[in-house]
Design a protein around this ligand. Structure first.
Ligand SMILES: [Zn+2]
Length: 292
C-alpha cells in the first residue's frame, strides 16, 4: 500500500504520553493497581494511575522504538485523512455533510465517553464522543498473528509500503464504518432493537452491524483507489486474510471492561470476507445492506 507523502488528518489525538508505556507495562500497571486497591484500599482509579507510574519504570515496558511509533502514528493519520476525503465525497453526493470522527492513539489504558478501556480490547469506536480508540501495539500484534514481518518491503525506502499496511488500514476503515453507522442512525436503531430481543437475536443484529462495517471498509478501499491509486499487488488479499483471521475467535481474549468489546459477535470469517469483498467490488454503500 502506498501512503507516504499523503496528507495526514488533523483529527489525531495523541494520548500516548511521555511515559511511553507499552501493552505489557499497562498490564503490569493493572496488576499493581489491583494490589494497591486490595491491600491498601486506595481509590481504584488512583491505584491504576499509580500502578502505571510504577510499571512504566520497569524494564521491558516500551514495545515500540520512537521511529516505529512515529511511523505508526503518521500511517494512522494518513489513513484517517483518506477516509475523511472518501466519506465527505459520499455524503456530499447524497446532499449531506460528513462529520469527521477523531482518533485517539493510546497505550495501556484509556478513558472514553463509553467508559474505560485497555489495549487488550483492541481498536474500538465510541459513539458518545465520536472517537476511534487505537493502541498502535495492536498493529504489531496483528502483523505477527498474520505472519507478516514488519520489515518486509520497507528496505528500498521509496514510496512502497510495508507488508501488512493495508490490513492495518482495513482495521481503521472498519472502525470508521462504525462511525458512519452512528451518523446514519443504524447503530442506535440496533441498540434500541436489542432491548426488545433475546440475547441470541440481539447478537445476530450485532453481527449484521459488524459485517456492514466490513462492507463499508471495502467501499472505502474501492473509492480511495479511484481517488489516489494507493493499492499494490497483494493488498486486497492481505485485507481478506485480516478479515478472516481477526475475528471473534482470535480476539476473544479481550477483557470485560465497561466498554462493550467490539470483537463480540463479528460474524464468521467467511461472512467477513464476503462483505468486505462486496463493498470493494461495488464501491457502493447500497450494496452493504446486511440487514435485508
Ligand atoms: Zn466492529
Amino acid at each position: 500500500m502506498k501512503w507516504r507523502g499523503r496528507k495526514t488528518s488533523s483529527r489525531i489525538e495523541d494520548r500516548r504520553g511521555s511515559s511511553g508505556r507499552g501493552v505489557k507495562g499497562g498490564f503490569v500497571g493493572i496488576v499493581i493497581a489491583g494490589i494497591l486497591w486490595l491491600v491498601f484500599d486506595v481509590n481504584p482509579m488512583t491505584a491504576l494511575e499509580t500502578g502505571n507510574r510504577i510499571s512504566s519504570s520497569l524494564p521491558g515496558s516500551n514495545t515500540a522504538s520512537p521511529a516505529e511509533a512515529d511511523r505508526n502514528s503518521t500511517f494512522a493519520g494518513v489513513v484517517l485523512a483518506d477516509t475523511e476525503a472518501v466519506w465527505s465525497q459520499v455524503f456530499a453526493q447524497s446532499g449531506s455533510t460528513y462529520r469527521e470522527p477523531s482518533m485517539v492513539l493510546y497505550r495501556g489504558q484509556v478513558r472514553s465517553a463509553c467508559g474505560s478501556a485497555s489495549s487488550a480490547m483492541g481498536p474500538f469506536y465510541c459513539p458518545g464522543d465520536e472517537k476511534i480508540y487505537l493502541d498502535l501495539g495492536f498493529f504489531a500484534e496483528m502483523s505477527s498473528s498474520l505472519g507478516i514481518s514488519e520489515d518486509q518491503g520497507s528496505a528500498s525506502g521509496d514510496n512502497r509500503g510495508q507488508a501488512g499496511d493495508f490490513a492495518q488500514a482495513y482495521v481503521i476503515a472498519h472502525e470508521v464504518g462504525h462511525h458512519i453507522q452512528h451518523l446514519t442512525g443504524v447503530s442506535s436503531q440496533v441498540q434500541q432493537a436489542r432491548g426488545r430481543l433475546s440475547e441470541a437475536e440481539g447478537n445476530q443484529l450485532s453481527v449484521k452491524l459488524e459485517l456492514q462495517a466490513d462492507c463499508f471498509a471495502g467501499v472505502w478501499a474501492n473509492l480511495n483507489q479511484e481517488r489516489v491509486n494507493f493499492l499494490e499487488q497483494g493488498d486486497v488479499d492481505e485485507a481478506i486474510s485480516a478479515a478472516s483471521q481477526i475475528g471473534d475467535d482470535t480476539l476473544q481474549k479481550r477483557s470485560q471492561g465497561t466498554v462493550v468489546p467490539d470483537s463480540f459477535t463479528h460474524g464468521s470469517s467467511r461472512q467477513r470476507v464476503e462483505w468486505f469483498t462486496r463493498g470493494f467490488d461495488t464501491g457502493d454503500t447500497g450494496a452493504c445492506d446486511t440487514f435485508a
